[in-house]
Design a protein around this ligand. Structure first.
Ligand code: CO
Length: 149
């Protein structure tokens, strides 16, 4: 079990666009385990690779017992609208109300390179959009003004 260092805003790595994953080897499988461990250590509900300084298109989520990894994710079928106060492990101490799609479809690969598709909504849809933004160098403070808390 390895707890990775979480990069904090304004570290410029958080503003980079992450690269596609092309090799699904033991190294990436270990890295994904480390992402889950690091997310749990800091009580996060999602963690993207750029947040630990790795510019690859990978994130994990863990919410109400649902744990999932997404590699090279593509979002589609977005619909509806919802707003939640979001926090971010890379920007401690603030929350930002962010408008997101309420429903979407995510197609991605798992750690073995197997492609899968999931339809998600509500909180999980928000988490996925938040983490997917990290792969594009986009942060919640770009969306709205932060509020304390
Ligand atoms: Co975040």
């Amino acid at each position: 079990m390895t707890i990775l260092d979480v990069v904090q805003h304004p570290n410029p790595v958080l503003r980079e666009k992450a690269a596609e994953v092309t090799t699904f080897d033991k190294k990436i499988q270990t890295f994904i385990e480390d992402l889950y461990d690091t997310m749990a250590q800091y009580n996060g509900i999602g963690l993207a690779a750029p947040q630990v300084g790795v510019l690859q298109r990978i994130f994990v989520i863990g919410y109400e017992g649902v744990y999932h990894e997404f590699i090279n994710p593509v979002l589609s079928n977005m619909s509806g609208q919802q707003s939640m106060n979001e926090g971010c492990l890379s920007i401690p101490g603030i929350q930002v109300p962010v408008d997101r799609y309420e429903k979407l479809t995510i197609k991605a690969q798992n750690r073995h390179g197997k492609t899968f598709t999931l339809d998600v909504d509500a909180m999980v849809a928000t988490i996925i959009q938040h983490e997917n933004d990290h792969l594009e160098g986009v942060l919640i403070i770009d969306k709205n003004l932060p509020i304390e808390g």
